[in-house]
Design a protein around this ligand. Structure first.
Ligand SMILES: NC(=O)c1ccc[n+]([C@@H]2O[C@H](COP(=O)([O-])OP(=O)(O)OC[C@H]3O[C@@H](n4cnc5c(N)ncnc54)[C@H](OP(=O)(O)O)[C@@H]3O)[C@@H](O)[C@H]2O)c1
Length: 306
């Protein structure tokens, strides 16, 4: 990207292969996953909180093979299979090669194909932080996940089941059976009122946006917790009516958290469905598909040369 804008500002260009500076790792990209943050950055919606510099290469979910390491790198060597989430000011994963800080990477789970590991970092880190770091979800509690069919939501359904919670999740009609298969009680937001089907929940995890969150508040038990992955909370008086404890948050790069995630993935706790794989040349179309808001699980981008 050389400027902010619609799909037309995303161009595929030849640039020099990055050289890993001190503490950095050059990764040959097997696949990168698409996230809503990519098109939000492209549009310029994030410009006040994320002052990027142009030219800028999108892509913040990556899996690949270590090609070269910079001075001082101790945890990785060429040939290692890794996955990672870089600082959003740099991103760069929609490419054949990308440099990440050593601390932004972990060894990829051994039970998945390397490309599949690209689907994990953002979705699973966000679900993990939303449910456990901020939501403090405990065994036996009830959780309502808004947007259960998306990347974050489908990861959250599986992590909440693993924790021993009772899980309710919203999606459209086409995703009801899939949510049931993942272990949730599904709620069709097109034909059912959420509050009629999920009652007295300890935690609402909103992966859709504030309008859905406000509509779901009657499901929250008095004094329950409301966590959103979006950038807006309900009004203070709406939260106060439920004595809700409310959090909004953003994930931070963490190789340590990714190591934990690789372990639980290898234990079979969480798997993300890949709805479609786009070649790198079709990156603009992949972003448009994400922006349409109907993705089941994740979309991946693969450079054909790797
Ligand atoms: N704070 C952070 O650090 C952080 C990190 C990651 C993501 N996020 C944000 O979290 C949100 C979710 O991310 P994501 O990657 O999971 O998005 P996503 O995969 O693109 O979400 C798509 C899903 O949203 C569902 N959906 C759309 N409208 C819905 C509604 N009204 N009610 C219930 N489900 C609905 C769709 O299901 P149906 O087709 O069945 O409608 C679809 O499966 C985004 O806003 C993203 O920017 C924040």
């Amino acid at each position: 990207m050389h400027r902010y804008g619609g799909p037309e500002v995303v161009v595929v260009e030849e640039i020099a292969r990055p050289v890993p500076a001190m503490g950095k790792v050059l990764v040959r990209v097997a696949a990168a996953a698409v996230n809503p943050v990519d098109w939000k950055i492209r549009e310029g919606y994030m410009s006040s909180m994320l002052p990027i510099e142009f030219p800028y290469t999108l892509g913040c979910d990556v899996a690949g093979t270590v090609e070269e390491v910079g001075e001082g790198v101790t945890r990785f060597q060429p040939g290692d299979s890794v996955f990672g989430y870089p600082n959003l000011l740099r991103c760069g994963a929609f490419a054949e090669y990308v440099c990440l800080e050593e601390e932004e990477l972990a060894k990829a789970p051994s039970s998945l194909r390397l490309e599949e590991a690209a689907a994990l970092p953002v979705a699973v880190m966000t679900a993990y932080d939303g449910l456990f770091t901020y939501g403090n979800l405990r065994v036996g509690q009830r959780v309502l996940i808004l947007g259960g069919a998306g990347g974050v939501g489908s990861a959250a359904v599986q992590l909440a089941k693993w924790k021993g919670a009772e899980v309710f999740a919203t999606a459209s009609a086409k995703n009801q059976q899939w949510l049931r298969d993942l272990g949730a009680t599904p709620i069709d937001y097109g034909s059912q009122a959420t509050a009629d089907h999920a009652r007295e929940v300890d935690l609402i995890l909103d992966c859709v946006g504030v309008a859905s969150g406000v509509a779901a508040l009657p499901s929250l038990k008095f004094g329950g917790t409301y966590v959103t992955t979006s950038y807006a909370l309900p009004e203070a008086d709406q939260l106060a009516a439920h004595r809700a404890i409310a959090h909004l948050f953003g994930i931070q790069p963490s190789g340590e958290r990714l190591e934990e995630i690789a372990q639980i993935v290898d234990q079979g706790v969480v798997r993300l469905v890949v709805e479609r794989v786009f070649p790198l040349e079709e990156v603009a179309a992949a972003l448009a598909a994400s922006q349409a808001g109907r993705t089941r699980g994740k979309l991946l981008i693969q450079p054909s040369s790797n």
